[in-house]
Design a protein around this ligand. Structure first.
Ligand code: AMP
Length: 397
Protein backbone atom coordinates (compact mmCIF):
# COMPACT_ATOMS: atom_id res chain seq x y z
CA UNK A 1 0.00 0.00 0.00
CA UNK A 2 1.14 3.58 -0.70
CA UNK A 3 0.52 6.14 2.04
CA UNK A 4 0.38 9.92 1.75
CA UNK A 5 1.63 11.66 4.91
CA UNK A 6 0.55 15.28 5.37
CA UNK A 7 1.86 17.83 7.88
CA UNK A 8 0.00 21.15 7.68
CA UNK A 9 1.15 24.45 9.12
CA UNK A 10 -0.84 27.68 8.99
CA UNK A 11 0.61 28.73 5.61
CA UNK A 12 2.67 25.70 4.66
CA UNK A 13 2.23 22.01 4.06
CA UNK A 14 4.79 19.20 3.94
CA UNK A 15 3.99 15.85 2.37
CA UNK A 16 5.58 12.50 1.61
CA UNK A 17 4.43 9.40 -0.23
CA UNK A 18 5.80 6.11 1.13
CA UNK A 19 5.54 2.69 -0.44
CA UNK A 20 4.82 0.51 2.56
CA UNK A 21 5.73 -2.74 0.81
CA UNK A 22 9.34 -1.85 1.74
CA UNK A 23 8.72 1.38 3.71
CA UNK A 24 10.57 3.38 1.05
CA UNK A 25 10.07 7.10 0.54
CA UNK A 26 9.09 7.67 -3.09
CA UNK A 27 8.45 11.42 -3.16
CA UNK A 28 8.22 14.40 -0.88
CA UNK A 29 7.35 18.03 -1.15
CA UNK A 30 6.59 21.33 0.44
CA UNK A 31 3.94 23.95 -0.28
CA UNK A 32 4.72 27.42 1.08
CA UNK A 33 2.83 30.70 1.26
CA UNK A 34 -0.63 29.12 1.20
CA UNK A 35 -3.18 31.96 1.13
CA UNK A 36 -0.37 34.50 0.63
CA UNK A 37 0.88 36.02 -2.62
CA UNK A 38 3.68 33.92 -4.12
CA UNK A 39 2.38 30.40 -3.28
CA UNK A 40 4.95 27.81 -4.29
CA UNK A 41 5.02 24.02 -4.41
CA UNK A 42 8.38 22.19 -4.49
CA UNK A 43 8.05 18.51 -5.32
CA UNK A 44 10.86 15.94 -5.33
CA UNK A 45 10.53 12.46 -6.73
CA UNK A 46 13.28 10.44 -5.05
CA UNK A 47 16.21 10.09 -7.46
CA UNK A 48 14.91 12.81 -9.82
CA UNK A 49 15.20 16.58 -10.18
CA UNK A 50 12.98 18.93 -8.19
CA UNK A 51 9.81 20.25 -9.78
CA UNK A 52 8.64 23.72 -8.79
CA UNK A 53 5.14 25.08 -9.35
CA UNK A 54 4.30 28.72 -8.70
CA UNK A 55 0.54 29.26 -8.88
CA UNK A 56 -1.84 31.07 -6.52
CA UNK A 57 -3.12 28.73 -3.78
CA UNK A 58 -5.81 30.49 -1.80
CA UNK A 59 -6.26 27.83 0.89
CA UNK A 60 -5.23 24.36 2.06
CA UNK A 61 -7.74 22.69 -0.26
CA UNK A 62 -6.11 24.43 -3.21
CA UNK A 63 -2.69 23.33 -1.98
CA UNK A 64 -3.76 19.68 -1.52
CA UNK A 65 -5.31 19.64 -5.01
CA UNK A 66 -1.93 20.71 -6.45
CA UNK A 67 -0.17 18.06 -4.35
CA UNK A 68 -2.58 15.46 -5.79
CA UNK A 69 -1.72 16.67 -9.32
CA UNK A 70 2.02 16.63 -8.60
CA UNK A 71 2.09 13.07 -7.29
CA UNK A 72 0.16 11.90 -10.39
CA UNK A 73 2.15 14.05 -12.86
CA UNK A 74 3.31 12.03 -15.89
CA UNK A 75 6.91 13.21 -15.56
CA UNK A 76 7.40 13.98 -11.86
CA UNK A 77 4.71 11.85 -10.26
CA UNK A 78 4.96 8.50 -8.49
CA UNK A 79 1.47 7.08 -9.10
CA UNK A 80 -0.85 6.93 -12.12
CA UNK A 81 -4.12 7.06 -10.22
CA UNK A 82 -5.14 8.30 -6.74
CA UNK A 83 -6.67 4.88 -6.02
CA UNK A 84 -3.04 3.74 -5.47
CA UNK A 85 -2.98 5.86 -2.29
CA UNK A 86 -4.45 3.46 0.28
CA UNK A 87 -4.67 5.96 3.14
CA UNK A 88 -3.61 9.41 4.32
CA UNK A 89 -1.78 10.01 7.61
CA UNK A 90 -2.01 13.47 9.17
CA UNK A 91 0.34 14.88 11.77
CA UNK A 92 -1.83 16.57 14.41
CA UNK A 93 -0.21 18.73 17.07
CA UNK A 94 -2.50 18.20 20.06
CA UNK A 95 -4.80 15.38 21.04
CA UNK A 96 -5.24 16.55 24.64
CA UNK A 97 -6.26 13.73 26.97
CA UNK A 98 -8.56 12.32 24.31
CA UNK A 99 -6.01 10.47 22.19
CA UNK A 100 -3.32 8.09 23.45
CA UNK A 101 -2.65 6.66 19.99
CA UNK A 102 -3.23 7.32 16.30
CA UNK A 103 -6.85 6.96 15.16
CA UNK A 104 -9.00 6.65 12.07
CA UNK A 105 -10.58 10.06 11.48
CA UNK A 106 -14.37 10.02 11.78
CA UNK A 107 -16.74 12.96 12.31
CA UNK A 108 -16.51 12.36 16.09
CA UNK A 109 -12.70 12.31 15.97
CA UNK A 110 -12.63 15.52 13.94
CA UNK A 111 -14.92 17.17 16.50
CA UNK A 112 -12.59 15.99 19.29
CA UNK A 113 -9.57 17.44 17.46
CA UNK A 114 -11.53 20.70 17.17
CA UNK A 115 -12.09 20.58 20.95
CA UNK A 116 -8.29 20.58 21.37
CA UNK A 117 -7.85 23.85 19.42
CA UNK A 118 -7.70 25.81 22.70
CA UNK A 119 -4.66 23.77 23.72
CA UNK A 120 -2.81 24.35 20.42
CA UNK A 121 -4.31 27.47 18.84
CA UNK A 122 -1.46 27.90 16.36
CA UNK A 123 -1.26 24.32 15.13
CA UNK A 124 -4.51 22.34 15.41
CA UNK A 125 -6.56 24.71 13.17
CA UNK A 126 -4.06 24.18 10.31
CA UNK A 127 -4.09 20.40 10.87
CA UNK A 128 -7.90 20.44 10.71
CA UNK A 129 -7.84 22.41 7.42
CA UNK A 130 -5.55 19.74 5.93
CA UNK A 131 -7.77 16.89 7.11
CA UNK A 132 -10.92 18.52 5.75
CA UNK A 133 -9.24 19.27 2.41
CA UNK A 134 -8.16 15.63 2.00
CA UNK A 135 -11.63 14.39 3.02
CA UNK A 136 -13.18 16.59 0.32
CA UNK A 137 -10.67 15.77 -2.40
CA UNK A 138 -10.12 12.08 -1.64
CA UNK A 139 -13.52 10.82 -0.51
CA UNK A 140 -13.48 7.18 0.54
CA UNK A 141 -9.73 7.14 1.32
CA UNK A 142 -9.13 6.36 5.03
CA UNK A 143 -7.62 9.32 6.92
CA UNK A 144 -5.61 8.75 10.10
CA UNK A 145 -4.54 11.29 12.73
CA UNK A 146 -1.18 10.85 14.50
CA UNK A 147 -0.80 13.18 17.48
CA UNK A 148 2.44 14.78 18.77
CA UNK A 149 1.07 14.36 22.29
CA UNK A 150 -0.28 10.78 22.08
CA UNK A 151 2.88 8.85 23.05
CA UNK A 152 3.15 10.82 26.31
CA UNK A 153 -0.39 10.00 27.44
CA UNK A 154 1.12 6.99 29.25
CA UNK A 155 2.80 9.32 31.78
CA UNK A 156 1.70 8.74 35.37
CA UNK A 157 -0.11 11.61 37.11
CA UNK A 158 2.96 12.36 39.24
CA UNK A 159 4.76 13.33 36.00
CA UNK A 160 1.99 15.41 34.48
CA UNK A 161 0.29 17.21 37.38
CA UNK A 162 1.71 20.70 38.08
CA UNK A 163 2.09 21.84 41.67
CA UNK A 164 -0.48 24.62 41.26
CA UNK A 165 -4.13 24.62 42.42
CA UNK A 166 -5.69 21.37 41.17
CA UNK A 167 -8.76 23.26 39.98
CA UNK A 168 -6.75 24.58 37.00
CA UNK A 169 -6.22 21.02 35.82
CA UNK A 170 -9.92 20.30 36.25
CA UNK A 171 -11.14 23.57 34.71
CA UNK A 172 -8.63 24.17 31.93
CA UNK A 173 -6.81 20.88 31.38
CA UNK A 174 -3.61 22.53 32.63
CA UNK A 175 -1.11 19.67 32.88
CA UNK A 176 2.03 18.41 31.19
CA UNK A 177 1.18 16.93 27.77
CA UNK A 178 4.59 16.70 26.10
CA UNK A 179 5.28 16.86 22.37
CA UNK A 180 7.53 15.27 19.69
CA UNK A 181 5.83 12.01 20.75
CA UNK A 182 6.03 10.45 17.29
CA UNK A 183 9.78 11.06 17.19
CA UNK A 184 10.43 9.78 20.74
CA UNK A 185 8.41 6.64 19.98
CA UNK A 186 10.15 6.03 16.65
CA UNK A 187 13.71 6.33 17.97
CA UNK A 188 12.90 4.27 21.07
CA UNK A 189 11.64 1.45 18.83
CA UNK A 190 14.70 1.67 16.58
CA UNK A 191 16.94 1.65 19.68
CA UNK A 192 15.35 -1.60 20.87
CA UNK A 193 15.95 -3.11 17.41
CA UNK A 194 19.58 -1.96 17.42
CA UNK A 195 20.13 -3.47 20.86
CA UNK A 196 18.28 -6.62 19.75
CA UNK A 197 16.12 -6.49 22.87
CA UNK A 198 12.41 -6.27 23.49
CA UNK A 199 11.40 -2.66 24.15
CA UNK A 200 9.37 -3.94 27.15
CA UNK A 201 12.67 -4.79 28.87
CA UNK A 202 14.43 -1.48 28.23
CA UNK A 203 14.82 1.88 29.94
CA UNK A 204 15.63 4.48 27.28
CA UNK A 205 16.18 8.25 27.40
CA UNK A 206 15.44 9.86 24.05
CA UNK A 207 16.90 13.32 23.35
CA UNK A 208 15.15 15.06 20.43
CA UNK A 209 17.41 18.09 19.92
CA UNK A 210 16.22 20.18 16.99
CA UNK A 211 15.15 23.80 16.76
CA UNK A 212 12.53 22.66 19.27
CA UNK A 213 13.94 20.18 21.76
CA UNK A 214 12.62 17.71 24.29
CA UNK A 215 13.70 14.64 26.24
CA UNK A 216 11.62 11.63 27.20
CA UNK A 217 12.04 8.81 29.68
CA UNK A 218 10.77 5.66 27.95
CA UNK A 219 10.34 2.69 30.27
CA UNK A 220 9.14 -0.59 28.79
CA UNK A 221 8.19 1.21 25.58
CA UNK A 222 5.99 3.77 27.37
CA UNK A 223 6.76 7.44 27.94
CA UNK A 224 6.82 8.00 31.70
CA UNK A 225 8.08 11.60 31.66
CA UNK A 226 9.07 14.29 29.21
CA UNK A 227 10.52 17.78 29.34
CA UNK A 228 7.95 19.75 27.33
CA UNK A 229 4.84 20.60 29.26
CA UNK A 230 1.45 22.23 28.83
CA UNK A 231 3.06 23.87 25.80
CA UNK A 232 6.26 23.24 23.81
CA UNK A 233 7.88 26.17 25.66
CA UNK A 234 8.90 24.08 28.68
CA UNK A 235 11.99 22.01 29.41
CA UNK A 236 15.30 22.40 27.56
CA UNK A 237 16.79 25.57 26.11
CA UNK A 238 15.82 25.60 22.41
CA UNK A 239 16.58 27.67 19.31
CA UNK A 240 14.49 30.64 20.46
CA UNK A 241 12.43 29.16 23.32
CA UNK A 242 13.51 29.59 26.93
CA UNK A 243 12.64 26.17 28.30
CA UNK A 244 12.18 26.03 32.10
CA UNK A 245 12.74 29.25 34.01
CA UNK A 246 11.65 30.52 37.41
CA UNK A 247 7.96 31.44 36.77
CA UNK A 248 8.35 34.58 38.90
CA UNK A 249 10.64 36.00 36.21
CA UNK A 250 7.59 36.62 34.03
CA UNK A 251 5.86 39.16 36.28
CA UNK A 252 9.23 40.67 37.26
CA UNK A 253 10.21 41.42 33.64
CA UNK A 254 6.68 42.57 32.75
CA UNK A 255 6.86 45.18 35.51
CA UNK A 256 10.47 46.23 34.87
CA UNK A 257 10.06 46.54 31.09
CA UNK A 258 6.44 47.71 31.10
CA UNK A 259 5.38 44.93 28.73
CA UNK A 260 2.22 42.83 28.68
CA UNK A 261 2.04 39.14 29.51
CA UNK A 262 1.46 38.40 25.81
CA UNK A 263 4.58 40.36 24.90
CA UNK A 264 6.53 38.43 27.54
CA UNK A 265 5.18 35.18 26.12
CA UNK A 266 6.59 36.25 22.77
CA UNK A 267 9.98 37.04 24.37
CA UNK A 268 10.06 33.53 25.88
CA UNK A 269 9.05 31.85 22.60
CA UNK A 270 10.89 33.92 20.01
CA UNK A 271 13.75 35.81 21.65
CA UNK A 272 15.11 33.40 24.23
CA UNK A 273 16.92 30.06 24.23
CA UNK A 274 20.14 29.75 22.24
CA UNK A 275 19.32 32.98 20.37
CA UNK A 276 18.59 34.99 23.49
CA UNK A 277 21.57 33.75 25.49
CA UNK A 278 24.12 34.13 22.70
CA UNK A 279 22.75 37.27 21.03
CA UNK A 280 24.10 35.68 17.82
CA UNK A 281 21.72 33.17 16.27
CA UNK A 282 19.24 30.42 17.01
CA UNK A 283 21.29 28.00 14.90
CA UNK A 284 23.73 25.82 16.82
CA UNK A 285 26.18 25.88 13.90
CA UNK A 286 26.63 29.66 14.30
CA UNK A 287 27.09 29.32 18.05
CA UNK A 288 29.76 26.65 17.60
CA UNK A 289 31.69 28.78 15.08
CA UNK A 290 31.52 31.82 17.35
CA UNK A 291 32.65 29.78 20.38
CA UNK A 292 35.54 28.35 18.36
CA UNK A 293 36.60 31.94 17.57
CA UNK A 294 36.67 32.74 21.29
CA UNK A 295 33.25 34.36 21.77
CA UNK A 296 32.58 33.85 25.50
CA UNK A 297 28.80 34.18 25.35
CA UNK A 298 28.66 31.60 22.60
CA UNK A 299 30.68 29.26 24.81
CA UNK A 300 28.38 30.01 27.75
CA UNK A 301 25.38 29.19 25.51
CA UNK A 302 26.89 25.81 24.63
CA UNK A 303 27.56 25.15 28.32
CA UNK A 304 24.03 26.07 29.45
CA UNK A 305 22.50 24.07 26.59
CA UNK A 306 24.35 20.88 27.57
CA UNK A 307 23.90 21.48 31.31
CA UNK A 308 20.11 21.44 31.00
CA UNK A 309 20.13 18.21 28.98
CA UNK A 310 22.44 16.58 31.54
CA UNK A 311 20.13 17.60 34.38
CA UNK A 312 17.14 15.95 32.69
CA UNK A 313 19.13 12.80 31.95
CA UNK A 314 20.08 12.59 35.63
CA UNK A 315 16.47 13.08 36.69
CA UNK A 316 15.21 10.43 34.30
CA UNK A 317 17.83 7.90 35.41
CA UNK A 318 16.54 8.46 38.95
CA UNK A 319 12.89 8.17 37.85
CA UNK A 320 13.49 4.92 35.95
CA UNK A 321 15.99 3.50 38.48
CA UNK A 322 18.59 3.19 35.73
CA UNK A 323 18.95 3.50 31.98
CA UNK A 324 20.01 1.08 29.25
CA UNK A 325 20.36 3.51 26.36
CA UNK A 326 20.48 7.22 25.61
CA UNK A 327 19.42 8.24 22.11
CA UNK A 328 20.33 11.46 20.30
CA UNK A 329 18.12 12.57 17.39
CA UNK A 330 16.89 15.58 15.33
CA UNK A 331 18.96 18.42 13.77
CA UNK A 332 21.42 18.95 16.63
CA UNK A 333 21.23 15.45 18.09
CA UNK A 334 22.03 13.88 14.71
CA UNK A 335 24.57 16.37 13.35
CA UNK A 336 26.49 17.81 16.24
CA UNK A 337 29.21 15.67 17.85
CA UNK A 338 30.18 18.59 20.12
CA UNK A 339 26.76 18.80 21.80
CA UNK A 340 26.70 15.01 22.28
CA UNK A 341 30.20 15.14 23.78
CA UNK A 342 29.29 18.08 26.07
CA UNK A 343 26.19 16.25 27.31
CA UNK A 344 27.95 12.94 27.96
CA UNK A 345 31.11 14.44 29.49
CA UNK A 346 31.86 13.32 33.07
CA UNK A 347 28.99 10.85 33.24
CA UNK A 348 31.16 7.76 33.70
CA UNK A 349 29.92 7.47 37.30
CA UNK A 350 26.50 6.77 35.72
CA UNK A 351 27.97 4.24 33.30
CA UNK A 352 27.88 6.62 30.32
CA UNK A 353 31.10 6.81 28.27
CA UNK A 354 31.14 8.20 24.74
CA UNK A 355 33.65 6.94 22.15
CA UNK A 356 35.15 10.14 20.64
CA UNK A 357 35.82 8.52 17.27
CA UNK A 358 32.45 6.82 16.93
CA UNK A 359 30.83 10.11 18.00
CA UNK A 360 32.07 11.82 14.80
CA UNK A 361 29.45 9.99 12.71
CA UNK A 362 26.11 11.23 11.33
CA UNK A 363 24.83 7.73 10.63
CA UNK A 364 22.59 5.57 12.76
CA UNK A 365 25.04 3.84 15.10
CA UNK A 366 26.22 3.05 18.63
CA UNK A 367 28.52 5.91 19.68
CA UNK A 368 29.37 4.82 23.22
CA UNK A 369 32.66 3.16 24.16
CA UNK A 370 32.72 -0.64 24.28
CA UNK A 371 33.04 -0.52 28.08
CA UNK A 372 30.15 1.93 28.53
CA UNK A 373 27.43 0.25 30.61
CA UNK A 374 24.83 2.53 29.04
CA UNK A 375 24.66 2.43 25.24
CA UNK A 376 24.63 5.84 23.57
CA UNK A 377 22.95 5.78 20.17
CA UNK A 378 22.62 8.19 17.27
CA UNK A 379 19.33 7.52 15.49
CA UNK A 380 18.03 9.84 12.74
CA UNK A 381 14.37 10.45 13.46
CA UNK A 382 11.67 9.71 10.89
CA UNK A 383 8.32 11.00 12.07
CA UNK A 384 6.72 10.53 8.65
CA UNK A 385 7.61 6.84 8.58
CA UNK A 386 6.15 6.40 12.07
CA UNK A 387 2.94 8.14 10.95
CA UNK A 388 2.84 5.98 7.80
CA UNK A 389 3.28 2.81 9.90
CA UNK A 390 0.40 3.80 12.18
CA UNK A 391 -1.71 4.78 9.16
CA UNK A 392 -1.06 1.45 7.44
CA UNK A 393 -1.92 -0.52 10.58
CA UNK A 394 -5.19 1.39 11.12
CA UNK A 395 -6.22 1.45 7.43
CA UNK A 396 -5.56 -2.29 7.09
CA UNK A 397 -7.96 -3.16 9.93
P1 AMP B 1 15.42 20.38 13.29
O1 AMP B 1 14.45 21.27 13.99
O2 AMP B 1 15.43 18.98 13.80
O3 AMP B 1 15.32 20.46 11.79
O4 AMP B 1 16.86 20.95 13.64
C1 AMP B 1 17.32 22.19 13.13
C2 AMP B 1 18.52 22.65 13.90
O5 AMP B 1 19.59 21.68 13.82
C3 AMP B 1 19.18 23.91 13.33
O6 AMP B 1 18.55 25.07 13.82
C4 AMP B 1 20.60 23.81 13.84
O7 AMP B 1 20.70 24.44 15.10
C5 AMP B 1 20.82 22.33 14.06
N1 AMP B 1 21.87 21.76 13.18
C6 AMP B 1 21.75 21.28 11.93
N2 AMP B 1 22.96 20.85 11.47
C7 AMP B 1 23.85 21.05 12.47
C8 AMP B 1 25.25 20.82 12.65
N3 AMP B 1 26.00 20.30 11.69
N4 AMP B 1 25.81 21.17 13.84
C9 AMP B 1 25.06 21.72 14.82
N5 AMP B 1 23.75 21.95 14.71
C10 AMP B 1 23.14 21.63 13.57
Amino acid sequence: MKILVVNCGSSSLKYQVLDMTDESLICKGLVERIGIEGSILTHSKIGADKFVLEVPMKDHKDAISHVIEAIQDKEHGVITDMSEIGAVGHRVAHGGEKFAESVLITDEVLAAIEDCVELAPLHNPANILGIKACMDLMPGTPEVAAFDTAFHQSMPAESYIYSIPYKYYEQYGLRRYGFHGTSHKYVAEVAADMLDKSIEDLKIITCHLGNGASIAAVKGGRSIDTSMGFTPLAGLAMGTRSGDIDPAIISYICKKEGITVDEMNSVLNKESGVYGMSGISSDMRDIKSAAAEGNERAQLTLDVYAHKIKAFIGAYIAEMNGVDAIVFTAGIGENDPLTRANVCRDMDALGIILDPEKNETREQSVISADDSKVKVLLIPTNEELMIARDTLAIASK
